[in-house]
Ligand binder design. Structure first.
Ligand SMILES: *[C@@H]1O[C@H](CO)[C@@H](O)[C@H](O)[C@H]1NC(C)=O
Ligand SMILES: *[C@@H]1O[C@H](CO)[C@@H](O)[C@H](O)[C@H]1NC(C)=O
Length: 330
């Protein structure tokens, strides 16, 4: 059994699961306080854990940051490893940052990210957009690859991390660098993710994923498909295979070099102890899951803000309108 929930899971992992459970209910602040109080009573402060956080760039980090904040509040120590050039990963008082140098500048990085995002907002033919997106995606992947190489080959940092005896690595395997690092340092990994491209998350969890009723990315199929929709469901993932080949092969190469044997990315992902999915079955169709998959979609709403007046007024008006139409029909 790969999963180590319950048994020998380090306390930080248990608390991550508690975090996850709490996020599930879109809880109120009062409930958070009650939860914290409960932890104070039954909590095991003596077992505060050390968490090594390897975040993914961009908005992915913003949800993970909330989990790190909560871990800190529960007495755990978090160390975030980040490239010196990044978008949102800034120092905060609830974790320690360890920065590593990368072989590109902030300008280079921002211009590639900007071009990449810009592509999706152009008014061009779908195929043109697809090819341009592929070209920029190659550039973005190359940046992440160079960043990962800089991390894994930073001897001082690796020695330092290895000597720090972390209990768990918390990482988003969308960028598999953190998963490779966890494997290299032989530390249990907790994955915090929306998904991994090309269904690698499904392969990593060894979860059944029948074409006949689990709709694939971009197909717009639902969980009830006709025969031809099922065929489409089988064909679409083939187009994405190429992207994944380009994106993920370098990580297999890096991992194989470090571990001095051939390792596949699926093998690296399969060593994840717990998978915290930032999704739920309100957004996604039901599908089979494994015991170490936990759904924490609510965590994306940790920083919700009240709607603006304009927005609320428009909403109220539309409700009134619908009500009015409904009554007229009666
Ligand atoms: C990719 O990067 C190279 C070099 O940095 C640049 O010349 C090229 O225009 C970029 N391609 C795209 C599609 O952004
Ligand atoms: C980490 O330290 C242990 C014990 O000193 C050593 O055996 C291992 O090779 C080190 N791992 C790495 C990746 O440096």
């Amino acid at each position: 059994m790969r999963t180590n929930i319950g048994g020998t899971a380090p306390p930080a992992t248990e608390h991550l699961l508690v975090c996850a459970e709490m996020a599930l209910g879109l809880q109120l602040r009062r409930q958070v306080l009650a939860g914290l109080l409960l932890c104070l009573c039954v909590g095991r402060w003596a077992e505060a854990g050390k968490v090594l956080v390897v975040p993914m760039e961009g908005s992915h980090w913003l949800s993970m940051r909330e989990a790190v904040r909560e871990l800190h509040a529960r007495g755990h120590q978090a160390v975030v490893v980040a490239p010196e050039v990044n978008l949102h990963i800034k120092a905060e008082n609830f974790f320690t940052v360890k920065v590593y140098t990368v072989p590109y500048t902030q300008d280079e990085f921002e211009s590639i990210m900007r071009t990449h995002i810009h592509v999706f907002f152009q008014r061009v033919h779908f195929l043109t957009m697809f090819w341009e997106a592929m070209a920029t995606l190659k550039n973005v992947s190359l940046l992440f690859e160079r960043s990962c190489e800089a991390l894994l080959h930073n001897k001082d940092l690796i020695r330092d991390l290895n000597a720090s005896s972390f209990d768990v690595v918390l990482t988003d395997p969308f960028n598999p660098c953190g998963a490779v690092l966890a494997k290299y340092l032989s530390i249990p990994a907790v994955f915090f993710l929306r998904s991994v491209l090309c269904g690698l998350d499904v392969e990593g969890t060894a979860c059944p994923n029948p074409f006949s009723y689990v709709p694939r990315l971009l197909t717009r199929n639902s969980d009830r498909m006709t025969f031809f929709q099922r065929v489409k469901n089988m064909l679409y993932p083939l187009a994405l295979k190429y992207i994944c080949q380009v994106t993920f092969t370098p990580y297999e190469r890096m991992a194989s070099e470090l571990l001095q044997r051939h390792v596949s990315l699926v093998e690296i992902l399969a060593s994840g102890s717990v998978w915290l999915f930032r999704g739920d079955f309100v957004m996604d169709y039901p599908r089979p899951i494994m015991p170490n998959m936990v759904f924490i979609g609510g965590i994306n709403c940790a920083n919700r803000k009240p709607l603006s007046q304009v927005c609320t007024a428009a909403f109220v008006q539309s409700v009134l309108l619908v009500e009015h139409m409904f009554l007229k029909k009666l």
